[in-house]
Design a protein around this ligand. Structure first.
Ligand code: BG6
Length: 488
């Protein structure tokens, strides 16, 4: 991949939850990668904030371990690691106590004049209290920004409360709500595909598109996050944010420009046009013991260590958008843990040809499909019908016009967090969710949650390593369609 490295302005990144899982798995490795690529100016520092006291050396040691664990060896030459570790500092502060905040203020004084990014890599319950302290201790000054991780709330009401608490201290143009899917190269490429090509847009509507499928399937289970996950479930964890954001990028009108509010205004219109969901347009499931990657794996309840839970680890939905462009075009969404394989893709199925001029012997004419593979094996395939070469008469078959990112571009595919954190430093909110977007997404999710909370029956079981409960297959098959498994 040809990349361009444009250094950012001097900054200091303050990570609350600086020793936590997200910091170690994502933020520290991402910051290291950008520093190693030469994107940091001399004046760039990272302050980890956590409750326990810690020496600078101990924090640097933790960061070094994170880099070694998550950055491939060939991408971390010793001098780059050494330079990066010198940028790290630690301050102990407690979101719910007064302690530590003066010390944080003192530390920040050393970096006066720089852009300050407060990254709240903590549970959402702490977003309000941390912002409050930042305000009270005079730390939320003009050149500061705040980044919050999803989930913002667990329904409309709580999301509104969290957003209000943040808004007491930070105006919306300094709030960055992360949905890391928006930072994925292939997700950004969706906008290039739609708006940098003249080919698709004339066909991008109900007259030419039969239906859309959006699948975000994971092969892994809850991986030690069962405590959090059991309070969330797939609908809150994945659909409210990642899948709806993908749906918005597929369905939105062309924004006038690639500007944060222009893009987000268009996404918001899609969210507001979503038809309210009712049964039976949803299926929820929960994995049972099965096999994954060739080995046996336990079921969700065993992962959770509980006898019972109605938390869904799988969701399939049939969504509809009530506007001129999309009326009558179903958007089938599907996500789950412990599914047959890890694959995220968007499949646009065009309408069938109106009439076949070919006889019976030619075989069926399969409708064209555009498959946008987000991960892994990123790429774009356009399935078209061709004549099978050679003698034997006119026989038709589908073949893909196939563009694989790995084959087309050399180089590494940067992690979403690399792009997103530096976008915060640059002050570019395009790839972040605006408050009204988050709240509109919750407004659509709320009635589903409400219906599920009142349903006596548990989620439908499915065996780990499969494509989810059979009801999910029925959901689409009763419309005479099928899930496009395996990139077809
Ligand atoms: C996170 C969810 O937002 O996204 C996780 O909380 C999920 O449950 C993850 O595993 C998936 O992200 P990715 O980038 O691995 O597809």
């Amino acid at each position: 991949m040809t990349s361009r490295v444009i250094p950012v302005e001097p900054f200091v990144l303050v990570v609350f939850g600086g020793t936590g899982d997200l910091a170690r798995r994502k933020l520290i490795p991402a910051m290291f990668e950008r520093d190693a690529a030469g994107q940091f100016p001399e004046e760039a520092d990272v302050i980890g904030v956590s409750r326990g006291k810690m020496t600078q050396e101990a924090f640097a040691a933790l960061a070094k371990e994170a880099v070694e664990e998550h950055v491939p060896q060939k991408e971390r030459p010793a001098p780059s690691v050494k330079r990066f570790l010198k940028r790290l500092h630690h301050v102990a502060a407690d979101a719910t106590e007064d302690e530590g905040w003066v010390a944080l203020g003192e530390e920040l004084k050393r970096f006066e004049g720089r852009i300050v990014v407060f990254y709240l890599a903590t549970g959402p319950a702490l977003f309000g209290p941390i912002c409050k302290r930042l305000g009270e201790f005079g730390l939320a000054t003009g050149n500061t920004r705040v980044v919050v991780e999803k989930p913002v709330g667990k329904d409309s009401e709580s999301a509104h409360a969290v957003n209000e608490a943040i808004a007491q201290v930070f105006p919306e143009d300094r709030v960055y709500r992360i949905d890391h899917y928006l930072g994925k190269e292939t997700v950004q490429n969706l906008m290039a595909l739609r708006f940098a090509n003249g080919l698709f847009e004339p066909l991008w509507n109900a007259a030419h598109i039969d239906h859309v499928q959006i699948t975000v399937a994971e092969a892994l289970g809850v991986e030690g996050r069962a405590g959090y996950y059991d309070t969330a479930g797939a609908l809150r964890d994945m659909v409210q944010n990642h899948l709806l954001q993908l749906l918005c990028l597929v369905a939105m009108e062309p924004p006038a420009m690639l500007d944060a509010d222009a893009v987000r205004d268009e996404k918001l219109k899609v969210l507001r046009a979503l038809k309210p969901m009712v049964a039976p347009n949803w299926v929820r499931g929960q994995y049972r013991a099965g096999a994954s990657a060739g080995g046996p794996v336990p079921g969700y309840l065993e992962d959770l260590g509980a006898q019972d839970s109605h938390t869904e680890t799988f969701v399939a939905l049939k969504a509809e958008i009530e506007n001129w462009r999309w009326a009558g075009v179903p958007f089938y969404l599907r996500t789950g843990k412990r599914l047959a394989e890890r694959v995220s893709e968007i499949v646009i199925t065009f309408r069938p040809v109106p009439h076949s001029i070919f006889g019976q012997g030619a075989g069926p004419i399969v409708a064209n499909r555009l498959v946008i593979r987000l991960q892994p094996d990123e790429g774009v395939k356009l399935w078209i019908m061709i004549k099978d070469p050679g003698p034997g008469g006119m026989r038709l078959r589908p073949v893909p016009l196939d563009m694989s990112f790995a084959a087309a571009f050399a180089g590494r595919n940067p992690d979403a967090y690399e792009r997103l954190v530096l976008d915060v430093v640059r002050g570019n909110q395009t790839l972040f969710m605006r408050r009204d977007e988050v709240e509109a997404a919750w407004a659509w999710i709320d009635p589903i949650l409400e219906a599920w909370s009142q349903a006596p029956e548990p989620p439908r079981p499915y065996t780990a390593g499969t494509w989810g409960p059979s009801a999910a297959i029925a959901l689409i098959e009763r419309d005479g369609r099928t899930w496009a498994d395996g990139g077809m």
